[in-house]
Design a protein around this ligand. Structure first.
Ligand SMILES: [Zn+2]
Length: 269
């Protein structure tokens, strides 16, 4: 039996709504008739996602596919910019962290090999949650000497092992779009945040012009491992449902000319 999920924000059943044209057999993308959330209605079971459909592998396959379909666009869109983007992206995150998060314990959800937090100033104590055994060990060897640690688990199981009100900052970059339990994860994130903590989120922007222009060839579509396709509006709704309020989400953080958007949130009271 195939599992159909309800809207991850408002719980509306959209089974009788038509799938969006971006859907790719057998995966169906729906737009919630009640709140406008765009999501994958029939995501694979999470065990499958962890193993053979691990997103790194899917990403490699998607890139290859895209290169095959439109080599010139692929070259123009990716190759010359890639190196520059890698550097500026990381700088943007480090800049966001040092300007918005107080020194002390900081948690990266889906920390991979720990490269992001490892380059933070020594005043931050890096912690991580990572599902991959291999990557979690790499991250642990980077965080351990700095007083931090890594839990090898999925986000919900990892967060449940963390003490309440523990962290000055939480990082979720390129994570929420993969999470079939995004609201539950955000509620669990809220629990481990100190009162004045900040949460930094980065996700693909479904409202980007590039998605409208390139249609199903937009780089944000990854089947089946992207399950949430947020717009600025639905991302805000999702956070609000989890008791989180927006600190920063200006026009420069969600430009329609960019494929991604950045947001800083805090506990709402
Ligand atoms: Zn909805």
């Amino acid at each position: 039996m195939e599992e159909r999920v309800k809207c991850p924000i408002c719980g509306t059943d959209n089974r009788n709504e038509p799938a969006l044209s971006y859907s790719r057999e057998p995966w169906e993308i729906k737009e919630c008739k009640a709140c406008g959330m765009v999501y994958l209605e029939n995501p694979p079971a999470s065990e499958a996602l962890e193993d053979e459909l691990a997103w790194e592998k899917t990403f490699a396959n998607e890139s290859k596919e895209r290169r095959k379909r439109s080599p010139l666009l692929y070259m123009a869109g990716r190759a010359p910019k890639a190196a520059v983007q890698r550097v500026t992206k990381r700088n943007k995150l480090l800049d966001f962290v040092t300007k918005n998060i107080k020194p002390g314990p900081i948690l990266d959800i889906g920390c991979a090999g720990g490269h992001t937090l490892a380059s933070l100033p020594e005043t931050y104590i890096p912690f991580g949650i990572e599902i991959s055994h291999e990557l979690s060990q790499v991250a642990a060897s980077a965080f351990g000497p700095r007083g931090g640690a890594v839990i090898q688990a999925d986000a919900l199981a990892g967060l449940a092992q963390m003490p309440r009100n523990e962290f000055n900052g939480i990082i979720m970059t390129s994570f929420l779009e993969h999470d079939t339990k995004a609201k539950e994860t955000l509620l669990a994130v809220r629990r481990v945040m100190r009162e004045d903590a900040r949460l930094i989120v980065k996700v693909p922007n479904y409202a980007s012009w590039n998605r409208r222009v390139r249609g199903s060839r937009w780089c944000g579509f990854r089947f089946p491992d992207h399950v949430n396709y947020f717009t600025p509006d639905t991302l805000t709704q999702m956070l609000s449902k989890a008791g989180l309020g927006i600190v920063r989400f200006g026009i420069l953080d969600r430009l329609p000319t960019s494929d991604t958007m950045w947001l800083i949130a805090r506990k709402a009271h």
